[in-house]
Design a protein around this ligand. Sequence first.
Ligand code: ADP
Length: 488
Amino acid sequence: PLAALDDPGLLRTQALINGEWVGSVNTFAVTDPATGRELAQVPNLGRVDVDAAIAAAANALGAWRSKPAKERAAVLVRWQQLLVKHADDLARLMTAEQGKPLAEARGEVVYGASFLDWFAEEGKRVYGETIPTTDPTKRYLVLKQAVGVCAAITPWNFPLAMITRKVAPALAAGCPVIIKPAEATPLTALAAAELAQRAGMPSGVLNVLTGDATQSIEIGKVLCDSDVVRHLSFTGSTEVGRILMAQCAPTIKKLSLELGGNAPFIVFDDADLDSAVDGAIASKYRNAGQTCVCANRIYVQAGVYDAFIEKFAAKVGALKTGNGFEPGVNVGPLIDDQALAKVETHVADAIALGAKLLTGGKRIDTPAGGNFFEPTLLADATPQMLCSREETFGPVAPVFRFQTEEDAIRLANSTEFGLASYFYSRDIGRIFRVGEALEYGMVGINTGLISTAEVPFGGVKQSGLGREGGRQGIEDYVEVKYLCLGDI
Ligand code: ADP
């Protein structure tokens, strides 16, 4: 699929350190999850390369943070425009290495790029304050300054947007960054870095280090151990988030963590059922169920349970699964074997514990040998099932029946996670009660899609620390400094 790029220069297979493309004798393969075929080999880097990137970023810090925000913004806006201009090629790269349908990939490019112009503007508004004095001989001032060199470790489910959501506020605030993209999806990251170069990013301000699963652990350690790296932003599993948090403890590094979710999706008796069904389809099956905000548990009130299941089953059954390059495909392959195995385990466990399989339920064997799983609907799910406690991260929707509003809130909150939640109701009192009672960082009310650059995205409990996007998204990248001016 990569032979069809309009601009072949976007297929970058080297890492970017200090403004230079760097190869290595050690490489690893990037593969297409729809066919299992190798797409490219990229450098499998280690400690020496990380040290070089840290030194380059440290060297670039002074000049970058002392530029007026408006000049940094100009680079970000040029980069955003180039990403949008090359959206078709970036989408091709993304579909090839990640699997999501081409239209969805293109949507991610535009969404991912939007963080750049949003934070280009927000960077101009990193205001300090003056505090009314309590001592006539003194004045109190507060400045906000770039934290310093930042590192970003990103996942494969949004190969571009999870990078820009971290890198845009860092760069806008004046911080150089070192990106370690997921081993499954480095090509999108490297293409984006190529466009950053074309946008005029100064050397060392943006660095991309590639590594396979083993080397990613090594790269992570060096970044965490470094005293020069002042902030680490990570999106991925809660398990890895815990490891990174521990590794950052010795240097008291600032952390932004966007970790696992276990999103409840609640449909009350008074919901607009057709809208709830559409929302559930969008929230559950987008990216083949591989987003941290995908509905993981669907709770439907007893009065509309049967009607919801009937409508939902018809729509799930109509989803088309296949290679993301094929027109009309809604659900692409899962990222790898392990992802397939987890989905199979969740389905088998649910059925063994009494769930009713209404649609799907098994792997799809294709001649090309991709990681496909049928869009699956399980009715009569219970809290004992694995799919109720763990994030499935696949195209499986377990539906649970509940009786009262109190039950729904209790069930929804009975998890250590707290990222996204959703509910459908037309009752204004219930909307406020439930919206306030859900222990989640984000609540979608009568919608299954909540992400956009302008809002604070993030979780509570074990789903993470900090917020990305919105006016809040830049705060993790600035330090507050208090100046006390005496002898007035
Ligand atoms: P997912 O469940 O989305 O695959 P992971 O948490 O395993 O998420 O991976 C997300 C990112 O974290 C990837 O870039 C991966 O290479 C990286 N990663 C995984 N384990 C570690 C680790 N121990 N140290 C540093 N980075 C890691």
